[in-house]
Design a protein around this ligand. Structure first.
Ligand code: PLP
Length: 395
C-alpha cells in the first residue's frame, strides 16, 4: 500500500498525465497537425548547435572513467562551478566563487535540495499565485506548509500588502519565479525593492532569517530588452535556482545550479547542507557530461526570436478576438482570462476545437487558463481560426 501523501500526489499527477495522453490520442485520431496542444512547457526549439559540438568534443577528448564517474564533491566539478561563478560575476557584478555554486538536477532538483536544507516540519514557505504547481509537492516533501498570496490579476505583479500580512514567525522561505510560469510577467525592480524591504523588516520583527528563493529557469527568455533584476543584489538572504532546461533547451538532460552567496545567513552551513542534500536525496551529483557541456556553453542561448514571434502572433491574434491577457515579457506562456468564471468549462470547450490548454487552478489562479506557446509557429497560426470559433461561443 502506498503512503497517504503519495495517494494525493498520484491522484493529482494522473490529471496531468490524462491531459498528456488525451493530446496523444487526439493527435492519432485527427492527425497531429489538427491538434493544437498548448498544454506543456517543453521547449520546441532545438538546443544550439554548439551544445551538440560540445557533447561530441567532450566525449572524444575527456578521460571516460573520470567523465562518467562520481564527482569528488556532491556539489559538482570545481572548474565548472568556478566558471559558472565567473560568468555570473561578469553579467551581474556579483562576487561569487566556486564554493557558492552547487550544480543541480535542473531547477526542480535545486529547489528540492534547498528546501531539504532549510525546512523543519511545519515551516512556512510563501509564494505568489499564480505559481508553478509543483511547489506544493516540493514544499510538502519536507513537511513544510505552502502559503499562497492571492493573485493580483490587474498586472500579475505580486500583492505586497497581503504578502506582508502572511509572513509569520514560521516563515522560512519565500519563492519567487520571474519571468513567471504561468503569466510570463517579469517582476519589476520596484516590486523587488519593496519585497526586499518587507523581508528585512519582518526578519527584524521576528528575529529570524527568511530566505528568498529565486526560481529562474526562464531568466534568459525575456523579450523587448526587459531587465530581469538579479535578486542577490537586492536582498542578502537570496538563494538563486537556475536551470538550463529552457535557456539551452535541455530539459531532459536535468542540469542547473543553486547559488548560495556568502552574504546569506549561515551561508557556510547552508552550502554544506546543500551538498549533503544533493547526495541523500539520491541525486548524488548533477549529471557529469552535462556539467561539462554547460561550462563549454556558458554564453550560448536558445533562439528566443522563435518564441518571440510566437508570442506576438498569439497575443495579437487572441486580443483581436476579444480575449483578455497581460502581455507577457518573458517565458513562453500566455495567461488568458477565461470568458466564464469556471475556467475548467472553458478548457473543455476549447478541447472540442482540438485546443489543449491548462486551467489556472493548477497554478492557484482559477478563472484563467495557461497557453504554452513553445510550439511550432504553424500551430499558432492554424489555431487562430479555431480560437475564433471558440470566441464565438462566448459572444
Ligand atoms: N520552476 C518553474 C517555474 C518551471 O516552470 C519549471 C519547469 O517548467 C521548473 C521549475 C523545473 O525546471 P527544470 O526542468 O529545470 O527542473
Amino acid at each position: 500500500m502506498i503512503s497517504k501523501k503519495m495517494e494525493n500526489m498520484v491522484a493529482n499527477s494522473s490529471a496531468i498525465r490524462a491531459m498528456f495522453e488525451e493530446g496523444n490520442r487526439m493527435a492519432k485520431l485527427y492527425g497531429a497537425e489538427n491538434v493544437y496542444d498548448f498544454s506543456l512547457g517543453n521547449p520546441n526549439v532545438a538546443a544550439p548547435e554548439s551544445v551538440k559540438e560540445a557533447i561530441r568534443r567532450i566525449l572524444e577528448e575527456e578521460d571516460p572513467i573520470a567523465l562518467h564517474g562520481y564527482t569528488n564533491s556532491n556539489a559538482g566539478y570545481e572548474d565548472v562551478r568556478a566558471a559558472v561563478a565567473e560568468s555570473l560575476n561578469g553579467r551581474f557584478g556579483t562576487a561569487f566563487s566556486a564554493k557558492n555554486i552547487t550544480m543541480s538536477v535542473g531547477a526542480a532538483g535545486g529547489l528540492n535540495v534547498i528546501l531539504k536544507a532549510l525546512l523543519n516540519p511545519g515551516d512556512e514557505v510563501v509564494t505568489f499565485a499564480p505559481y508553478f504547481g509543483e511547489y506544493r509537492s516540493y514544499v510538502d516533501n519536507y513537511d513544510g506548509v505552502l502559503v499562497e498570496v492571492s493573485p493580483n490579476t490587474a498586472d500579475f505583479q505580486p500583492k505586497l500588502g497581503e504578502f506582508e500580512e502572511k509572513i509569520t514567525k514560521r516563515t522560512r522561505a519565500v519563492i519567487v519565479n520571474t519571468p513567471n510560469n504561468p503569466t510570463g510577467v517579469v517582476y519589476s525592480e520596484e516590486t523587488i525593492l519593496k519585497l526586499a524591504a518587507i523581508l528585512e523588516k519582518k526578519q527584524k520583527e521576528y528575529e529570524t532569517d527568511i530566505y528568498l528563493i529565486s526560481d529562474e529557469p526562464y531568466r534568459e527568455l525575456a523579450y523587448d530588452g526587459v531587465e530581469v533584476p538579479y535578486l542577490t543584489k537586492y536582498y542578502a538572504n537570496t538563494i538563486v535556482g537556475y536551470s538550463y532546461s529552457k535557456s539551452l533547451s535541455l530539459p531532459g538532460e536535468r542540469i542547473g545550479y543553486l547559488v548560495i552567496p556568502d552574504e546569506a545567513a549561515d551561508s557556510g552551513n547552508l552550502i554544506a547542507a546543500a551538498n549533503v542534500a544533493t547526495r541523500i536525496l539520491g541525486f548524488v551529483n548533477a549529471p557529469t557530461l552535462q556539467q561539462k557541456v554547460v561550462k563549454a556553453c556558458l554564453n550560448e542561448r536558445t533562439d528566443i526570436s522563435y518564441y518571440d514571434r510566437n508570442r506576438e502572433t498569439l497575443y495579437q491574434g487572441l486580443a483581436k478576438l476579444g480575449f483578455e491577457c497581460v502581455k507577457p515579457q518573458g517565458a513562453f506562456y500566455l495567461f488568458v482570462k477565461s470568458p466564464v468564471a469556471d475556467e475548467k468549462a472553458f478548457v473543455a470547450a476549447a478541447k472540442k476545437h482540438n485546443i489543449l490548454i491548462v486551467p489556472g487552478s493548477s497554478f492557484g489562479c482559477p478563472g484563467y487558463v495557461r497557453i504554452a506557446y513553445c510550439v511550432a509557429y504553424e500551430t499558432i497560426v492554424n489555431s487562430l481560426p479555431k480560437f475564433a470559433l471558440l470566441a464565438e461561443e462566448y459572444k
